[in-house]
Ligand binder design. Structure first.
Ligand code: NAP
Length: 278
């Protein structure tokens, strides 16, 4: 649902709080930005391709200002240029959704080292980089809210997504760690752990020939984003994103041996051409 200002030019007054969302041009990130826009925030969003401009156009239909930035979150220059773009707006960042992330399916042995290192560059190095800029700025202003998009993959080994799952486990532990450091300084840090969610994510990860290639059974990205933003404003440390079955899965994972979870995850993530090795 769009607000009353639908179809009208966005009033760019600069009086609304400013939020940034990395990877805000599609999927969960776009919905996070839409949730924040609906709650009266101007938004700065990043994406790798030029559709970030069209995404900003859609966000302006909520009657807020939306600032698109195109850059590669897997490079130092790309992350730094997004942060410079945001600070050049000349306003404090009240909310930061560190959301951008990429996946990579397939057997570890069968994929290129460069692809694995790119997952680390975007999901780990890029996260640390933007988090450092955001945290320093929020500490200086004495307030701010940070949301880190991790994954339910943080609660299980992820064979056939061998580097992806651990990269999201990094994000989860990082969020919980940073939270403890800054909670007395007026900042909150919240980890969002979505279950499988309907977006382009798994196709882009080369997982179209697995159970994850089918979007019909996955969680609704609008629901996941709403749960994330609700938890952000509640100041919660973490929230599982998705339906009741997804929340139950996360709870079960915490009580299940790693070897059992690994075998279970392999069933869903193994490419159709790959034989089970038992
Ligand atoms: N979908 C799921 O099942 C699921 C489950 C758990 C966690 N997550 C996490 O949720 C987050 C968002 O995923 P999603 O499902 O929304 O994926 P998505 O639909 O593929 O969207 C990814 C977003 O990140 C941007 N992006 C990708 N690579 C980039 C790069 N190198 N530089 C700058 N921007 C880049 C994309 O922009 P362009 O389109 O311009 O490239 C897009 O805005 C990720 O951190 C992911 O790990 C997803």
């Amino acid at each position: 649902m769009l607000g009353a200002a639908r179809g009208q030019p966005a009033p760019v007054t600069g009086t609304r709080p400013l939020a940034l969302v990395s990877g805000g041009s599609s999927g969960i990130g776009f919905e996070l930005a839409a949730q924040l826009a609906q709650r009266g925030h101007d938004v700065a969003i990043s994406g790798q391709g030029d559709r970030v401009d069209e995404a900003a156009e859609r966000l302006r239909e909520h009657g807020v200002a939306a600032h698109p930035h195109q850059g590669d979150a897997g490079t130092y220059e790309g992350v730094e240029s997004f942060w410079t773009f945001v600070t050049d707006l000349g306003r404090p960042v009240e909310v930061a959704c560190l959301n951008v992330g990429i996946g990579l399916g397939g057997a570890f042995a069968d994929s290129d080292l460069a692809e694995h290192l790119r997952v680390v560059a975007v999901n780990v190095a890029g996260l640390v980089h933007l988090a450092k800029r955001v945290t320093d700025a929020m500490l200086a202003q004495g307030r701010g809210r940070i949301l880190v998009t991790s994954s339910i993959s943080a609660t299980t080994p992820t064979p056939y997504e061998t580097v992806y799952g651990p990269s999201k486990a990094f994000g989860f532990a990082f969020a919980e760690s940073l939270r403890e450091e800054v909670r007395h300084a007026g900042l909150t840090v919240t980890a969002l752990l979505p279950g499988a969610t309907d977006s382009e994510f798994h196709h882009r990860a080369g997982m179209g020939d697995t159970q994850y290639g089918d979007n019909t059974w996955k969680n609704d990205r609008t629901l996941v984003a709403r749960q994330g933003i609700d938890a952000l404003f509640a100041g919660d440390d973490q929230v599982v994103g998705g339906d009741e079955a997804t929340r139950q899965q996360a709870a079960d994972n915490r009580a299940t041996p790693e070897t059992v979870k690994a075998a279970r995850h392999a069933e869903g993530a193994r490419p159709s051409g790959e034989l089970s090795r038992g």
